[in-house]
Design a protein around this ligand. Structure first.
Ligand code: NAD
Length: 331
């Protein structure tokens, strides 16, 4: 059985769906702090045998009980608080939830001799880039508590490998966008902070979209990021799982598409795809944000045999269809 922490959230649920389609037996463990029960219901319609446990990683006993009762072979660890700005406002909650929560998970795994994990890390571990694109060897100097949490967990994973032989694959996502191709599951955060869904929400609700800062040191003054489609990202998880089973060694991979796109460029692309002018205003730059993040995914391409396939326009179209569904509450 595969245990998915955070499987009621955006990325974890999309991964759960793919595993269900591949006839894997899965258990989802989630405290529903940012995830949604409706997401679990959608997954249960596809596989009624899916096991969902409402539990919190901050509670050691709750996660230990999962391993005590079920025979788990591997863990996919998505559960996290993950809003950069919020992490600077309430760092104590972030350390507690992300670092302590992950340590509880790892302790439970070791106790029950489950020694394989795939961990959702982030480009935030790198901080301000020293060079671009960012490969796996790039120095790691996170500039916000969220990025520091992720790096700390990566370090703990390495120590658990040395001491307990626990093997981990760390996948450092850049910016994930889009919805699943059948429009069953997509990005759903009650306080949405991500670019693409927020531009789409502005378009649908006819409210001005806020661009945070146009004085970054970039070609048009807005932040540049590397956007990876959710379906391509999930494919990378499947390949990482195979790699982990075959090689039985710890490793790390950057997951982006080696293409930097500015906020303004994404905004214009959304306008074009929706065939709609969207109002916008320029607000103050957000603190703790690097101006450019672009992934060098050569290692991922080579060792995992992974390639991004989805064009940006398809990701935006799927995000739009999903947002319509979300707004009509027809989940
Ligand atoms: N979305 C992105 O672009 C992006 C980029 C880089 C990294 N990541 C990482 O990917 C992972 C998934 O991100 P997402 O966008 O799906 O987030 P999400 O908020 O949609 O999902 C996270 C899930 O984890 C659950 N959770 C949080 N704390 C928990 C706890 N203590 N115990 C049990 N469950 C808990 C939440 O309820 C939620 O369902 C996170 O680790 C995030 O840091 C995401």
């Amino acid at each position: 059985m595969i245990l998915i922490t955070g499987g009621a959230g955006y990325i974890g649920s999309n991964c759960a769906l793919e595993l269900i389609k591949n006839n894997e037996n899965i258990i989802i463990f989630d405290n529903l702090s940012t995830g949604h029960i409706e997401t679990i219901e959608t997954l249960k319609k596809i596989n009624p045998n899916l096991i969902f446990i409402k539990g919190d990683l901050k509670n050691l006993k709750e996660i230990e009980d999962v391993f005590k009762i079920h025979k788990i072979e591997c863990v996919l660890h998505f559960a996290s608080l993950s809003v950069v700005q919020e992490s600077a406002k309430i760092p104590e909650d972030y350390y507690q939830n992300n670092v302590i929560g992950s340590t509880n998970l790892l302790n439970a795994m070791v106790k029950y001799n489950v020694l394989k994990i795939i961990f959702s890390s982030s480009a935030a571990i790198f901080g301000q880039p020293k060079y671009l694109p960012i490969d796996e060897n790039h120095p790691k100097n996170p500039i916000n508590p969220y990025g520091k949490n992720k790096l700390e967990i990566e370090n703990i994973l390495d120590d658990f490998d040395k001491k307990y032989n626990l093997k981990s694959i760390k996948l450092r996502y850049f910016n994930v966008i889009g919805a699943n191709r059948e429009n069953l599951l997509g990005e759903w955060h009650d306080k949405e902070t991500h670019l693409v869904p927020n531009i789409i929400k502005s378009a649908i609700n006819q409210k001005p979209f806020e661009i945070y800062g146009n004085d970054y040191n970039t070609k048009d003054g807005t932040c540049i990021r590397d956007y990876i489609d959710i379906n391509d990202l999930i494919e990378a998880h499947k390949l990482a799982y195979l790699y982990l089973n075959k090689e039985n060694k710890s490793d790390e991979f950057n997951l982006g598409i080696k293409q930097g796109i500015s906020v303004k460029e994404i905004f214009k692309t959304v306008e074009k795809i929706l065939n709609q002018k969207i109002d916008y205003k320029i607000s103050q730059k957000r603190q703790n944000e690097p101006s450019i993040l672009i992934s060098d995914s050569s290692k991922t391409n080579k060792l995992l045999n992974w390639k991004a396939k989805t064009p940006l326009s398809d990701s935006i179209k799927s995000a739009y269809q999903w947002e319509l569904k979300l707004q009509k509450k027809s989940i």
